[in-house]
Design a protein around this ligand. Sequence first.
Ligand code: GRF
Length: 207
Amino acid sequence: MIAGNKLRLGVLGSGKGSNFKAIADAFPAGDAPYEIALVASDVADAGILQLARERGVPAHFIAPGKFRTKLDEVAEPAYIRALQEARVDMVVLAGFMRILKGEFLRAFSGRVINIHPSLLPSFPGLEAWKQALDYGVKFTGCTVHFVDQGVDSGPIIAQQVVPILEKDTAATLHARIQEAEHELYPTTIARMARGRIRVVGRQVWTE
Ligand code: GRF
């Protein structure tokens, strides 16, 4: 994506931060082709902020404002400003529970990615592992995709398959999907940082 320098990531999350941890710890110190410039959360006591601070990564709670599922007109520019001030090249959503639209996506056009716990386009939305289990599919997994104006609908960058076992509960399946996420997300971001991704319409090619 950028030659010479490390890709600077801004990670947004609302929860425990296990994907942040996987991304931050995937390479021995200094070896990653990316660096995490900033972590921001809409939840003041989110685990992801604590994990970031333990690793010396700047971590900020930024109030989301008056809505439940999106950022309000004060919060959205505050997020954009924080990410721009940290000179972020790519925004990595890691369990950020707010829909990002309009102004935000324009500010980081083509540079916002997310990880979703199913093989998209199957089972977008909430509790995707439970949707897959209830539906009875034999394989599910996780998907890294670009974020567009829709819900979990942007071009697919990478996927990893997780088989569903007869003894699975929602909890055991979710745990195995998360293990797959922790492999797929850092690997995919590293590929992107090394400039090995080409986007042609909805098709995303990695080399
Ligand atoms: C992940 O499982 C991801 O699929 C979803 O949000 C979850 C975040 O988990 N988008 P964590 O905070 O990274 O542990």
